[in-house]
Design a protein around this ligand. Structure first.
Ligand code: GLN
Length: 190
């Protein structure tokens, strides 16, 4: 099985390493053609506004929008902003793939980024705390009734799922655990 990583901008390489460590072949997605080879796609962290610009420049926007309606897609940080239905602070267009609203940079600037433990809900497959690296992270401010919370940090849902879409406001590719990558790969296998 091949899993794609959107590679127009942002933290791509750490996801490549994680997928390889789990014996899954990563495909760097920079063209519409690459989408036909993959079972699911990771939209990594980075700068969502720059990604939107580059996705349009490379004519990936429309094919990607179609892909994420049907196939497994996992947004990480900026990737969540791309997948969310509504984006604010500032308002920005999106692929509109998961029924959540997000506020960009909700925890402050780069130097207010932080690492903290996040807590599993009963829907997450194990009971261990997960290390969460939050880098100019968005906050999920509204969730549609079909959106399920898997991990929380204080009052916030930080890993959520709706059908084929998974969304994580922190950076699991920057920590040792591969539990979230495993979870997404299982979603792609199904
Ligand atoms: N602040 C970035 C944005 O708005 C996201 C940051 C990240 O992906 N680490 O796109």
């Amino acid at each position: 099985m091949k899993v794609g990583i959107l590679a127009v901008q942002g933290a791509v390489q750490p996801h490549v390493e994680k997928l390889k460590s789990l014996k899954v072949e990563p495909v760097l997605v920079r063209t519409p053609e690459a989408l036909s080879q993959i079972s699911g796609i990771i939209l990594p962290g980075g700068e969502s506004s720059a990604m939107i610009h580059l996705l349009k420049l490379t004519r990936l926007w429309d094919p990607l929008k179609e892909f994420v309606q049907m196939k497994p897609a996992w947004g990480v940080c900026a990737g969540v902003i791309l997948l969310a239905k509504d984006v604010s602070h500032p308002v920005q267009e999106s692929l509109d793939a998961i029924d959540i609203s997000v506020t960009r940079n909700a925890y402050g600037r780069q130097n207010e980024s932080f690492i903290d433990q996040v807590k599993p809900t009963e829907r997450w497959p194990d009971k261990n705390l997960v290390e969460g690296v939050f880098i100019r992270a968005p906050r999920i401010t509204r969730m549609g009734s079909n959106v399920k919370t898997l991990l929380t940090h204080r009052e916030d849902a930080v890993l959520v799922e709706e059908n084929n879409i998974l969304a994580t406001t922190f950076h699991p590719e920057l920590t040792e655990s591969a539990s979230l990558h495993k979870y997404f790969i299982e979603k792609c296998v199904r």
